[in-house]
Every structure is written in structure tokens, then in C-alpha cells.
Design a protein around this ligand. Sequence first.
Ligand code: GTP
Ligand code: MG
Length: 199
Amino acid sequence: EKGRLMFAGEIDFLKGVVAMDGLPPADRMEVCFAGRSNVGKSSLINALTGRKNLARASNTPGRTQEINYFTAGDQYLVDLPGYGYAEAPVAIVEKWQRLLKAYLSGRQTLRRAFVLIDTRHGVKAVDEEIMALLDRSAVAFQVVLTKADKVGKVEQERILGQVRGAMAKHPAAYPELVMTSSEKGDGIETLRAIIATLE
Ligand code: GTP
Ligand code: MG
């Protein structure tokens, strides 16, 4: 199908953007991956595309410092800098946080934002802030739980309950949650299918 083909080979890094006027032309729809620093955004893009080092991942929070665009057929995949704690100078972090918020509230062609939540930690105050921003901007978002391989079944269920409770308060949130492990591949096919069906 379309999605399968799209993710098989034609994925390419397009550009890293540091200011709103550097965004590529809004000529196709895009999905983005938002979440706290180190939650696994870049790793998830690699898992989805089956390309190990397409998006650069690392254990240092604050690894991704630009809005990174990838072309995937007739869509853009967008890897965002993290929010919350980051190992980078304060002035630089503040600059990219402003850009992140401007992007999330002002990109016409943003079809869906995936908000990533670490399965070990659940929804934090900074996540609530971003979700509230998406509500206000009427950007549809969907929560993706990451690093599911790091916790047992019982804890997974507990966090799912917590996240469902948090979601209920957000009008822009899709009720369907996707639990993933970029490491083990869990949930990746499901998420790929979701992205492939967006138009
Ligand atoms: P920033 O760009 O700094 O905001 O981080 P990010 O959200 O892009 O996270 P990144 O993908 O760089 O991953 C952070 C760390 O988590 C890396 O060491 C990854 O290897 C690890 N990681 C990501 N996803 C998973 C997962 O599903 N399971 C496990 N066990 N580790 C993961
Ligand atoms: Mg990253």
C-alpha cells in the first residue's frame, strides 16, 4: 500500500530549520513528533522509516536543536527539538522553545502532532502545557507512549490509565493511544499505518 511504499525507500532529510521563515513551502501535509527532551522522538522517526541514523538520536537531552524536515513521499515528517530540561546553554534553549511554540501554533499544513510520552514517566506539567497550546491552536494531536520496553505490563497499564485521564481534558486529543518501543519495534507498524492514512 501507499504507506508501506512511502516508508520503504523514498525518505530523505530535507533541511534543519532555525526560524519560522526557514520552513519549507507549505505545499504538502506534515506530521510532527513533539515531546520532552530525550523522550525518543528522533529514535521513533528512525524506527518508522527503518533507517537507523536518519534522525540523530542520543542519550544527551537536547540533542535535536532544529526543526528537522524529512520528505516521505507526499508528506513531510518533522522531528522537533524537545521541551523541558536540555543540556544546552539557556539562551539557545529559549530560542528553540520559542520556535517550537511558533511552529506548533502556526503551521497551516500540520495535519497531526504526535505528542510523545515516556511510558516510565507519564504526562508531566510541561506536556500539559504543550497539549493546551495545541488545543488553543486547534492542532489535532495523538499521544504516543515511548520506551515501552523499559517497563513491565502492570506499570504499562497504570500509565495508560493516567494518560487516558489526562487526554480526556484536551479537546484536540485523539482518544486512541499508541504504545511503542523503537528498540523492539512494538507499535511501529500501527503508527506507520496511522500516518499513511492521513491525507
Ligand atoms: P532530544 O532530541 O534531545 O529532544 O531527544 P529525542 O526525544 O529525540 O530522543 P532520542 O531519540 O535521541 O532518544 C533518547 C535516548 O532514548 C537514546 O539514548 C535512545 O537510544 C533511547 N531510546 C529511544 N527510544 C527508545 C526505546 O523505545 N527503548 C529504549 N530502551 N530506549 C529508547
Ligand atoms: Mg531528537
